[in-house]
Design a protein. Structure first.
Length: 224
């Protein structure tokens, strides 16, 4: 099976008055379809930088990045954005819901970006509300929800377009233990259904939900 993600000698650095400061060094990584991979390491190891690079939220890097065989490193920004919308769902630690939109509207937004007709969007949103057990929250705003409920909505929003890859950056970092367990159980269910998941985490308990751990230290992969 061909890798969904393949990185070759990927590096990320910042130019300073004292020279280059590297955040990622010579990253070589392959992730196959259906894997559940956890990226671990101390603060400052480059975990979130790697995730943002994979999600095409950061374009200032060197090396080769293939997503489902497509050479991201050779694509212009417009084509990278299209690839992102086609393949990737992102879940952040701080939810990133839009405060002035209801739960329903937050879920509808990524579908509207893809140009899906309104009637079809309505069906998809209703299915997501039902699947994630948040039907009763559809008309509430994010500030009316608990942290766990907001993250449920964030996960629902990430998967509503049917992405092949979910990138999760410390998805339970702001949650209580029971809420975090609920989110991780949800990720496991999505992975069992075939979605590839890459999460950044400090939690060994969260990492245990996956089948592989990649350890970063000072920008280098030190164990995989």
């Amino acid at each position: 099976m061909e890798p969904l993600i393949r990185l070759r000698d990927v590096e990320r650095f910042f130019e300073t008055s004292h020279g280059r400061t590297y955040v990622l060094r010579r990253i070589n990584l392959e992730i196959r379809p259906g894997e559940f991979v956890s990226v671990m390491g101390p603060s400052g190891a480059g975990k979130s930088t790697l995730l943002h690079l994979l999600g095409m939220l950061d374009n200032a890097w060197k090396g080769e990045y293939f997503l489902d065989g497509q050479p991201v490193h050779q694509l212009k920004r417009k084509h990278r954005n299209e690839l992102h919308k086609q393949y990737i769902g992102f879940v952040f630690q701080s939810y990133h819901l839009l405060d002035d939109l209801t739960v329903y509207e937050n879920l509808d937004l990524p579908l509207s970006y893809k140009g899906i007709p309104r009637k079809e969007r309505q069906g998809l949103v209703c299915d997501a509300l039902d699947r994630f057990h948040i039907v009763g929250k559809r008309d509430l705003y994010p500030n009316q929800l608990s942290g766990g409920q907001q993250q449920l909505v964030a996960v629902a929003r990430a998967v509503i377009t049917g992405p092949r890859l979910i990138l999760a950056d410390e998805p339970t970092g702001n949650l209580h233990t029971s809420q975090g367990r609920e989110i991780m159980d949800l990720f496991k269910m999505l992975n069992d259904e075939g979605t590839t998941i890459l999460q950044v985490t400090h939690s060994e308990a969260n990492a245990a939900y996956g089948d592989r751990v990649v350890n970063l230290l000072d920008g280098w992969i030190v164990d995989d």
